[in-house]
Design a binder for this molecule. Structure first.
Ligand code: SF4
Ligand code: SF4
Length: 365
Protein backbone atom coordinates (compact mmCIF):
# COMPACT_ATOMS: atom_id res chain seq x y z
CA UNK A 1 0.00 0.00 0.00
CA UNK A 2 1.63 3.26 -1.11
CA UNK A 3 1.12 6.40 1.01
CA UNK A 4 -0.46 8.21 -1.95
CA UNK A 5 -3.22 5.61 -1.93
CA UNK A 6 -4.06 6.62 1.65
CA UNK A 7 -4.22 10.18 0.35
CA UNK A 8 -6.65 9.03 -2.34
CA UNK A 9 -8.72 7.29 0.33
CA UNK A 10 -8.86 10.51 2.36
CA UNK A 11 -9.85 12.54 -0.69
CA UNK A 12 -12.60 10.10 -1.64
CA UNK A 13 -13.88 10.07 1.94
CA UNK A 14 -14.07 13.85 2.08
CA UNK A 15 -15.88 14.00 -1.27
CA UNK A 16 -18.48 11.61 0.14
CA UNK A 17 -19.21 13.61 3.25
CA UNK A 18 -16.75 12.19 5.77
CA UNK A 19 -14.59 14.57 7.75
CA UNK A 20 -11.81 12.32 8.98
CA UNK A 21 -10.70 8.73 8.82
CA UNK A 22 -8.26 6.44 10.58
CA UNK A 23 -7.01 2.93 10.00
CA UNK A 24 -6.26 0.17 12.48
CA UNK A 25 -6.06 -3.58 12.84
CA UNK A 26 -9.31 -5.37 13.63
CA UNK A 27 -8.33 -6.19 17.16
CA UNK A 28 -9.71 -5.28 20.59
CA UNK A 29 -7.26 -5.38 23.49
CA UNK A 30 -7.77 -7.41 26.67
CA UNK A 31 -8.22 -4.34 28.92
CA UNK A 32 -11.14 -3.15 26.79
CA UNK A 33 -12.74 -6.59 26.82
CA UNK A 34 -12.42 -6.80 30.58
CA UNK A 35 -13.95 -3.32 31.07
CA UNK A 36 -16.84 -4.19 28.76
CA UNK A 37 -17.55 -7.38 30.71
CA UNK A 38 -17.40 -5.56 34.05
CA UNK A 39 -19.99 -3.04 32.84
CA UNK A 40 -22.18 -5.86 31.57
CA UNK A 41 -21.88 -7.81 34.83
CA UNK A 42 -22.78 -4.69 36.80
CA UNK A 43 -25.97 -4.40 34.72
CA UNK A 44 -25.01 -1.02 33.22
CA UNK A 45 -26.31 -2.02 29.78
CA UNK A 46 -29.87 -2.31 31.08
CA UNK A 47 -32.21 -3.94 28.56
CA UNK A 48 -29.76 -3.65 25.66
CA UNK A 49 -29.53 -7.41 25.35
CA UNK A 50 -28.15 -7.15 21.83
CA UNK A 51 -24.82 -6.08 23.34
CA UNK A 52 -24.61 -9.42 25.12
CA UNK A 53 -25.96 -11.48 22.24
CA UNK A 54 -23.06 -10.83 19.90
CA UNK A 55 -20.34 -10.62 22.51
CA UNK A 56 -17.81 -12.99 20.85
CA UNK A 57 -17.96 -10.97 17.61
CA UNK A 58 -17.76 -7.67 19.46
CA UNK A 59 -14.58 -8.88 21.13
CA UNK A 60 -13.06 -10.12 17.87
CA UNK A 61 -13.97 -7.75 15.04
CA UNK A 62 -11.66 -9.62 12.66
CA UNK A 63 -14.26 -12.41 12.66
CA UNK A 64 -16.84 -10.08 11.15
CA UNK A 65 -15.22 -10.30 7.74
CA UNK A 66 -13.27 -13.11 6.15
CA UNK A 67 -9.48 -12.52 6.22
CA UNK A 68 -10.02 -9.10 7.75
CA UNK A 69 -6.73 -7.21 7.72
CA UNK A 70 -7.71 -3.64 8.57
CA UNK A 71 -10.58 -1.46 9.66
CA UNK A 72 -11.17 2.02 8.28
CA UNK A 73 -13.00 4.14 10.84
CA UNK A 74 -14.81 7.24 9.59
CA UNK A 75 -16.17 10.40 11.17
CA UNK A 76 -19.23 12.07 9.63
CA UNK A 77 -20.45 15.29 11.35
CA UNK A 78 -24.16 15.90 11.88
CA UNK A 79 -24.33 19.35 13.44
CA UNK A 80 -26.43 21.70 11.28
CA UNK A 81 -25.06 24.96 12.65
CA UNK A 82 -21.72 25.32 14.38
CA UNK A 83 -21.75 29.10 14.77
CA UNK A 84 -20.16 30.23 18.03
CA UNK A 85 -23.37 30.25 20.06
CA UNK A 86 -24.77 26.90 18.94
CA UNK A 87 -24.39 25.37 22.39
CA UNK A 88 -26.13 28.23 24.17
CA UNK A 89 -29.04 27.97 21.75
CA UNK A 90 -29.41 24.31 22.65
CA UNK A 91 -29.31 25.14 26.37
CA UNK A 92 -32.10 27.68 25.79
CA UNK A 93 -34.27 24.98 24.21
CA UNK A 94 -33.80 22.90 27.33
CA UNK A 95 -35.04 25.78 29.46
CA UNK A 96 -38.35 26.18 27.62
CA UNK A 97 -40.72 23.61 29.13
CA UNK A 98 -43.34 24.16 26.41
CA UNK A 99 -40.87 22.96 23.78
CA UNK A 100 -39.70 19.42 23.19
CA UNK A 101 -35.99 18.72 23.12
CA UNK A 102 -34.87 16.18 20.54
CA UNK A 103 -31.23 15.15 20.48
CA UNK A 104 -29.33 17.01 17.76
CA UNK A 105 -28.31 13.84 15.92
CA UNK A 106 -31.95 12.77 15.49
CA UNK A 107 -33.33 15.90 13.86
CA UNK A 108 -32.36 14.96 10.30
CA UNK A 109 -32.57 11.77 8.27
CA UNK A 110 -31.84 8.41 9.82
CA UNK A 111 -28.05 8.09 9.79
CA UNK A 112 -28.20 4.32 9.41
CA UNK A 113 -29.56 4.59 5.89
CA UNK A 114 -27.61 7.67 4.82
CA UNK A 115 -24.24 6.59 6.18
CA UNK A 116 -24.52 3.01 5.07
CA UNK A 117 -25.07 4.13 1.49
CA UNK A 118 -22.19 6.63 1.61
CA UNK A 119 -19.81 4.20 3.30
CA UNK A 120 -20.56 1.56 0.67
CA UNK A 121 -19.96 4.11 -2.07
CA UNK A 122 -16.63 5.00 -0.51
CA UNK A 123 -15.56 1.34 -0.24
CA UNK A 124 -16.52 0.76 -3.86
CA UNK A 125 -14.71 3.85 -5.12
CA UNK A 126 -11.63 2.97 -3.10
CA UNK A 127 -11.67 -0.61 -4.43
CA UNK A 128 -11.75 0.68 -7.98
CA UNK A 129 -8.64 2.75 -7.20
CA UNK A 130 -6.45 0.27 -5.34
CA UNK A 131 -7.58 -2.97 -6.94
CA UNK A 132 -9.72 -5.85 -5.84
CA UNK A 133 -10.53 -6.42 -2.18
CA UNK A 134 -13.58 -7.51 -0.30
CA UNK A 135 -15.16 -5.41 2.38
CA UNK A 136 -17.96 -5.19 4.92
CA UNK A 137 -19.54 -1.92 5.92
CA UNK A 138 -20.78 -1.30 9.46
CA UNK A 139 -23.01 1.57 10.55
CA UNK A 140 -24.48 0.40 13.84
CA UNK A 141 -25.36 -2.68 11.80
CA UNK A 142 -22.66 -5.07 12.97
CA UNK A 143 -21.68 -5.91 16.55
CA UNK A 144 -18.61 -3.71 16.65
CA UNK A 145 -17.00 -1.61 19.37
CA UNK A 146 -16.83 1.44 17.18
CA UNK A 147 -15.52 3.94 19.72
CA UNK A 148 -12.70 1.59 20.73
CA UNK A 149 -11.67 1.06 17.11
CA UNK A 150 -11.91 4.78 16.32
CA UNK A 151 -9.77 5.54 19.37
CA UNK A 152 -7.26 2.88 18.39
CA UNK A 153 -6.77 4.44 14.98
CA UNK A 154 -6.28 7.94 16.38
CA UNK A 155 -9.60 9.55 15.47
CA UNK A 156 -9.80 10.82 19.03
CA UNK A 157 -9.99 9.63 22.60
CA UNK A 158 -12.84 8.25 24.67
CA UNK A 159 -13.89 11.13 26.89
CA UNK A 160 -15.11 10.86 30.46
CA UNK A 161 -18.59 11.14 28.92
CA UNK A 162 -17.76 7.82 27.14
CA UNK A 163 -18.02 9.37 23.67
CA UNK A 164 -15.25 9.73 21.13
CA UNK A 165 -13.77 13.22 21.25
CA UNK A 166 -11.66 14.75 18.55
CA UNK A 167 -9.55 17.87 19.08
CA UNK A 168 -10.69 19.48 15.85
CA UNK A 169 -14.23 18.08 15.65
CA UNK A 170 -15.60 17.62 19.17
CA UNK A 171 -18.07 14.75 19.40
CA UNK A 172 -21.06 15.78 17.27
CA UNK A 173 -20.52 13.15 14.62
CA UNK A 174 -21.45 9.63 13.58
CA UNK A 175 -18.98 6.81 13.18
CA UNK A 176 -18.89 4.23 10.40
CA UNK A 177 -16.49 1.42 9.63
CA UNK A 178 -15.22 -0.52 6.63
CA UNK A 179 -13.65 -3.91 7.31
CA UNK A 180 -11.26 -4.98 4.56
CA UNK A 181 -9.44 -8.16 3.62
CA UNK A 182 -6.26 -6.21 2.84
CA UNK A 183 -3.73 -4.67 5.21
CA UNK A 184 -3.42 -0.90 5.29
CA UNK A 185 -0.91 1.08 7.37
CA UNK A 186 -2.39 1.92 10.77
CA UNK A 187 -2.73 5.55 11.81
CA UNK A 188 -1.31 6.49 15.26
CA UNK A 189 -3.33 6.84 18.47
CA UNK A 190 -3.75 10.25 20.06
CA UNK A 191 -3.57 11.16 23.74
CA UNK A 192 -6.53 11.84 26.02
CA UNK A 193 -7.26 15.55 26.47
CA UNK A 194 -9.94 15.48 29.17
CA UNK A 195 -7.38 16.49 31.76
CA UNK A 196 -8.93 17.46 35.10
CA UNK A 197 -12.26 18.44 33.52
CA UNK A 198 -15.34 16.65 34.88
CA UNK A 199 -17.99 18.97 33.44
CA UNK A 200 -19.94 16.19 31.73
CA UNK A 201 -20.18 14.18 34.93
CA UNK A 202 -21.33 17.17 36.96
CA UNK A 203 -23.95 18.36 34.47
CA UNK A 204 -25.60 14.98 33.83
CA UNK A 205 -29.22 15.45 34.99
CA UNK A 206 -29.55 11.86 36.21
CA UNK A 207 -25.98 11.39 37.46
CA UNK A 208 -25.55 8.47 35.09
CA UNK A 209 -21.76 8.32 35.29
CA UNK A 210 -20.59 5.78 37.82
CA UNK A 211 -17.06 7.13 37.46
CA UNK A 212 -15.10 8.82 34.68
CA UNK A 213 -15.49 6.79 31.45
CA UNK A 214 -18.15 4.48 32.95
CA UNK A 215 -21.84 5.06 32.20
CA UNK A 216 -24.75 3.29 33.82
CA UNK A 217 -27.06 3.35 30.80
CA UNK A 218 -30.05 2.54 33.01
CA UNK A 219 -29.81 6.09 34.38
CA UNK A 220 -29.09 7.81 31.06
CA UNK A 221 -31.91 9.84 29.48
CA UNK A 222 -30.91 8.63 26.02
CA UNK A 223 -31.48 5.06 27.18
CA UNK A 224 -34.64 5.90 29.09
CA UNK A 225 -36.28 7.74 26.19
CA UNK A 226 -35.03 5.57 23.29
CA UNK A 227 -33.99 2.07 24.34
CA UNK A 228 -36.25 1.39 27.30
CA UNK A 229 -39.51 -0.24 26.20
CA UNK A 230 -41.28 -0.25 29.56
CA UNK A 231 -42.18 2.41 32.14
CA UNK A 232 -39.68 5.13 32.85
CA UNK A 233 -38.72 4.72 36.53
CA UNK A 234 -40.32 7.36 38.77
CA UNK A 235 -36.99 8.60 40.12
CA UNK A 236 -35.93 9.86 36.67
CA UNK A 237 -39.15 11.39 35.34
CA UNK A 238 -38.79 14.87 36.78
CA UNK A 239 -35.09 14.91 35.81
CA UNK A 240 -35.90 14.29 32.16
CA UNK A 241 -37.31 17.80 31.74
CA UNK A 242 -38.43 18.38 28.17
CA UNK A 243 -36.11 15.79 26.58
CA UNK A 244 -38.37 13.48 24.57
CA UNK A 245 -35.77 11.73 22.42
CA UNK A 246 -32.23 11.47 23.70
CA UNK A 247 -30.11 13.91 25.65
CA UNK A 248 -27.10 16.02 24.67
CA UNK A 249 -26.13 17.63 27.97
CA UNK A 250 -22.81 15.81 28.37
CA UNK A 251 -21.89 16.93 24.87
CA UNK A 252 -23.20 20.50 25.13
CA UNK A 253 -21.04 21.10 28.19
CA UNK A 254 -17.91 19.58 26.71
CA UNK A 255 -15.38 22.29 25.85
CA UNK A 256 -14.16 20.32 22.85
CA UNK A 257 -17.51 20.81 21.16
CA UNK A 258 -16.56 24.43 20.53
CA UNK A 259 -14.72 22.81 17.65
CA UNK A 260 -17.65 20.67 16.46
CA UNK A 261 -18.00 20.73 12.71
CA UNK A 262 -21.05 21.35 10.56
CA UNK A 263 -22.36 18.44 8.51
CA UNK A 264 -21.07 17.89 5.00
CA UNK A 265 -24.03 15.67 4.06
CA UNK A 266 -27.14 17.80 3.80
CA UNK A 267 -29.26 14.73 4.62
CA UNK A 268 -28.56 15.64 8.24
CA UNK A 269 -30.14 19.06 7.96
CA UNK A 270 -32.86 19.18 10.61
CA UNK A 271 -36.48 18.60 9.80
CA UNK A 272 -38.57 21.63 10.79
CA UNK A 273 -40.82 19.29 12.78
CA UNK A 274 -37.95 18.34 15.08
CA UNK A 275 -35.83 21.46 15.49
CA UNK A 276 -37.73 23.12 18.33
CA UNK A 277 -41.15 21.51 18.35
CA UNK A 278 -44.06 22.53 20.51
CA UNK A 279 -44.76 19.78 23.05
CA UNK A 280 -48.53 20.10 22.93
CA UNK A 281 -48.53 20.00 19.12
CA UNK A 282 -46.55 16.74 19.22
CA UNK A 283 -48.93 15.31 21.83
CA UNK A 284 -51.82 15.89 19.40
CA UNK A 285 -50.27 13.70 16.69
CA UNK A 286 -52.23 10.53 16.06
CA UNK A 287 -50.39 7.38 15.06
CA UNK A 288 -50.80 8.01 11.32
CA UNK A 289 -49.26 11.47 11.74
CA UNK A 290 -46.39 10.03 13.78
CA UNK A 291 -45.72 7.45 11.08
CA UNK A 292 -45.87 10.03 8.29
CA UNK A 293 -43.74 12.67 10.04
CA UNK A 294 -41.06 10.22 11.14
CA UNK A 295 -40.56 8.67 7.75
CA UNK A 296 -36.76 8.46 7.22
CA UNK A 297 -36.20 9.71 10.79
CA UNK A 298 -34.39 7.73 13.51
CA UNK A 299 -37.27 8.68 15.81
CA UNK A 300 -39.58 6.19 14.13
CA UNK A 301 -37.80 3.24 15.72
CA UNK A 302 -39.20 3.97 19.18
CA UNK A 303 -42.79 3.66 17.92
CA UNK A 304 -45.85 5.72 18.72
CA UNK A 305 -46.47 4.49 22.28
CA UNK A 306 -42.93 5.21 23.52
CA UNK A 307 -43.15 8.56 21.77
CA UNK A 308 -46.34 9.39 23.69
CA UNK A 309 -44.84 8.06 26.94
CA UNK A 310 -41.89 10.45 26.59
CA UNK A 311 -44.09 13.43 25.72
CA UNK A 312 -46.39 12.68 28.67
CA UNK A 313 -43.37 12.86 31.01
CA UNK A 314 -42.26 16.14 29.45
CA UNK A 315 -45.79 17.56 29.77
CA UNK A 316 -45.83 16.53 33.43
CA UNK A 317 -42.60 18.44 33.88
CA UNK A 318 -44.13 21.44 32.08
CA UNK A 319 -47.01 21.32 34.54
CA UNK A 320 -44.53 21.54 37.38
CA UNK A 321 -42.31 24.26 36.04
CA UNK A 322 -44.21 26.43 33.55
CA UNK A 323 -45.17 29.82 34.94
CA UNK A 324 -48.30 30.42 32.87
CA UNK A 325 -51.53 29.09 34.41
CA UNK A 326 -53.47 29.28 31.13
CA UNK A 327 -50.83 27.18 29.42
CA UNK A 328 -50.92 24.68 32.26
CA UNK A 329 -54.68 24.36 31.93
CA UNK A 330 -54.22 23.60 28.21
CA UNK A 331 -51.73 20.90 29.12
CA UNK A 332 -54.04 19.34 31.70
CA UNK A 333 -56.93 19.33 29.24
CA UNK A 334 -54.83 17.80 26.44
CA UNK A 335 -53.52 15.06 28.75
CA UNK A 336 -56.98 14.26 30.08
CA UNK A 337 -58.63 14.16 26.66
CA UNK A 338 -56.10 11.72 25.25
CA UNK A 339 -56.02 9.44 28.28
CA UNK A 340 -58.78 7.05 27.05
CA UNK A 341 -56.98 6.52 23.71
CA UNK A 342 -53.50 5.57 24.92
CA UNK A 343 -51.94 2.25 25.94
CA UNK A 344 -51.83 1.19 29.58
CA UNK A 345 -48.16 2.07 29.79
CA UNK A 346 -48.70 5.56 28.40
CA UNK A 347 -51.75 5.99 30.65
CA UNK A 348 -49.57 5.40 33.74
CA UNK A 349 -47.30 8.24 32.61
CA UNK A 350 -50.26 10.49 31.84
CA UNK A 351 -51.67 9.90 35.32
CA UNK A 352 -48.25 10.72 36.76
CA UNK A 353 -48.08 13.87 34.63
CA UNK A 354 -51.55 15.01 35.70
CA UNK A 355 -50.75 14.50 39.32
CA UNK A 356 -47.50 16.33 38.65
CA UNK A 357 -46.02 13.29 40.31
CA UNK A 358 -42.64 14.86 40.80
CA UNK A 359 -41.63 15.65 44.34
CA UNK A 360 -41.22 19.41 44.14
CA UNK A 361 -44.59 20.73 43.00
CA UNK A 362 -44.45 24.43 42.24
CA UNK A 363 -46.19 26.10 45.19
CA UNK A 364 -47.19 29.03 42.98
CA UNK A 365 -49.14 26.81 40.60
S1 SF4 B 1 -26.83 11.71 27.58
FE1 SF4 B 1 -27.68 13.00 29.25
S2 SF4 B 1 -28.40 11.56 30.78
FE2 SF4 B 1 -27.04 10.42 29.40
S3 SF4 B 1 -25.06 10.53 30.35
FE3 SF4 B 1 -25.14 12.26 28.95
S4 SF4 B 1 -25.91 13.95 30.21
FE4 SF4 B 1 -26.32 12.08 31.34
S1 SF4 C 1 -16.74 17.54 29.44
FE1 SF4 C 1 -14.60 17.48 30.08
S2 SF4 C 1 -14.34 15.48 31.07
FE2 SF4 C 1 -16.23 15.40 29.91
S3 SF4 C 1 -15.64 14.51 27.96
FE3 SF4 C 1 -15.54 16.75 27.71
S4 SF4 C 1 -13.40 17.29 28.20
FE4 SF4 C 1 -13.75 15.21 28.94
Amino acid sequence: MEPNQVTVLNELAFEMGFLLLGITKAHIDDATISKFKKCRDAGYFGDMGYLEKNLPLRMAPADLHSNCGSVISLICPYLSDNSTDWMSREWSKLQDSSQAYISVYARGMDYHKVLRKKTKELAKAFASTVGAFTYRVAVDSAPILEVELAEKCGLGWRGKNTLLLNKSAGSMFFLAEILLDIHLPSTPKVMNHCGTCQACMTICPTQAFVSPYILDARRCISYLTIELASDIPMEFRHLIGNRIFGCDDCQLICPWNKFAKKYILTDFSPSKAFESPDLLALWEWDEATFTARTQCSPIRRIGYQRWLRNIAVALGNALRTHKNKVYKNHVKLALTQKLPQVSEMVARHVVWALSSGAPDIDPLA
